[in-house]
Design a protein around this ligand. Structure first.
Ligand code: HEC
Length: 455
């Protein structure tokens, strides 16, 4: 122990210390390149250029959280006429067919104007339908509903964030303590007091136009859309009746729509309805024409449009999304061409019943359950970017991960939105929920914390 008090050694140590100090001062080391590390809170760093693309360098080195997800709501079913809409029925054990941990990663950034939230998760198949209209569609293994006639089928993939607007509470506690649990009350998405802001990204109805659905839930009125025009309208003759006929179909023109960041995108008509025209034709008469002994398409396309009929081989029409991508003019044109094996059959179909038959064929293959309109007001302020190829949704090949960016102004004048005023150094609790082909059952995390780091 004595050695430490030896004056000679002390002097040498002092010199070494001085020398290293000098070295630091005179030969500065270059700053270490930033590497991403896992953090406990979701930390938004200040970004000098807006990280508005997934490829932006900011996201490569940004710190991240890995969200541990659990069951949030399970075993809920929809009312009569709404089928095959609960892909997350058994929570974690159903999500992505119970395959793996969905590996939910989040990153964040902010600049002087906006906050940027990045979310990534694994879901190996696209569920791009939401309540599509199908005639005589599949039954639902979880329900006893009669699938005959028109039903509404299928659900979409979704991610949802919840923020506290005004000190929301429920029997479970405050949002600050319990996160999302404070927005659940009497089994509904409704706090007992205060209000909660919900940001819902939805593959079927928000992704195509480049926004997240912006909703609010409060003690008095419950769950509702923010003020302004909604981006999705139910495509039904009777909007509240899932067993009514569709109102519109694709008009056959290119579905190009502008997006909030100023770019534009093509939308796959198999799943997205943006350029629309009235759904015409009598499906009862169309059924008879389709099954006509002499010229009926069933001979090759199957009794129920399942493909390969009693006379010859033909493609299936009765796949969700299949017939919707064919416009009426497209079906008429192709069916009558000599390269179509069945063209002599088509040639005999009387002109005045062609539209009835096409209505029947389209109905077997589904019509989108919603049509899209550009949102306005407080429903148009959460902008999104994703890795989804909207022009052609490929439901055949396995899909790997979703990557979604949600972007919003830090502050705005809307009372139905959370405000991030002068957020530097402040923390905001939030909840996150994920749905795989579902809109009721979800997995996720009730409470995470978003912290804005100083500039
Ligand atoms: C003799 C068999 C046969 C009959 C009858 C038949 N088709 Fe076809 N159809 C086919 C085959 C085979 C294909 C695949 C393309 C090809 O090789 O012709 C096809 C493809 C189609 C397609 C394109 C679908 C795709 O795969 O993209 C349409 C639309 C179509 N048929 C409409 C009709 C209509 C309408 C009728 C009834 C008037 C009809 N077909 C009757 C054999 C038939």
């Amino acid at each position: 122990m004595k050695i430490f008090f030896n004056p000679k050694i002390l002097a040498i140590l002092t010199i070494i210390l001085l020398f290293t100090a000098c070295e630091k001062a005179y030969f500065p080391q270059p700053p270490r390149p930033k590497v991403s590390i896992q953090t406990a809170d979701l930390e938004a760093s200040y970004a000098t250029t807006p990280p508005i693309t997934l490829a932006n360098a900011y996201w490569k080195t940004a710190d991240y959280i890995k969200v541990t997800v659990g069951d949030l709501n399970t075993k809920s079913l929809y009312p009569d006429g709404l089928l095959n809409m609960t892909g997350t029925y058994n929570g974690i054990n159903s999500f992505n067919n119970g395959k793996t941990d969905p590996n939910v990663i989040m990153k964040a950034a902010y600049d002087d104007k906006k906050v940027y939230l990045y979310i990534e998760w694994t879901d190996n198949d696209y569920s791009p339908n939401l309540e599509a209209s199908i005639l005589n569609g599949p039954s639902d293994p979880l329900k006893t509903d009669n699938p005959d006639g028109w039903t509404s089928q299928g659900n979409s993939d979704k991610v949802s964030l919840a923020f506290d607007i005004s000190g929301a509470t429920s029997a479970a506690g405050t949002f600050a303590e319990k996160g999302c649990a404070a927005s659940c009350h009497n089994g509904k998405m409704q706090p007992a007091s205060g209000s909660v802001d919900l940001w819902n990204w939805d593959l079927a109805v928000s992704e195509p136009l480049g926004y997240a659905k912006d909703m609010i839930t409060n003690a008095t009125t419950g769950l509702d859309y923010d003020a302004g025009t909604a981006m999705m309208v139910r495509n039904k003759v009777i909007p509240g009746d899932p067993r009514s006929a569709p109102m519109y179909e694709w008009d056959g023109s290119e579905q190009r729509c502008g997006r909030p960041f100023g770019d534009s995108s093509k939308l796959d008509p198999a799943y997205y309805l943006y350029k629309k025209t009235a759904f015409i034709g009598d499906i009862v008469n169309g059924d008879m024409v389709y099954h006509n002994e002499t010229y009926g398409c069933f001979h090759c396309h199957g009794e129920h449009g399942e493909g390969d009929g009693p006379t010859g081989e033909g493609t299936a029409f009765a796949n969700i999304g299949f017939a919707a991508k064919w416009s009426r003019a497209g079906i008429k044109d192709f069916s009558g061409k000599s390269e179509h094996t069945g063209f002599t059959y088509w040639a005999q179909v009387p002109t005045n019943v062609q539209d009835d038959m096409i209505a029947y064929m389209k109905a077997l293959g589904s019509i989108p359950g919603y049509y899209l309109v550009n949102p306005t007001g407080s429903q148009a302020n959460i902008w999104t970017v994703s890795n989804v190829t909207r022009g052609k949704i490929n439901t055949f090949n396995p899909h790997t991960v979703y990557k979604v960016l949600l972007v919003r102004d830090l502050t705005n004048a809307n009372s139905d939105d959370i405000q991030f005023a002068s957020p530097e150094g402040k923390s905001y609790p939030f909840g996150i929920a994920l749905m795989d082909n579902d809109g009721k059952n979800h997995i996720g995390s009730l409470k995470q914390t978003l912290t804005f780091k100083s500039k």
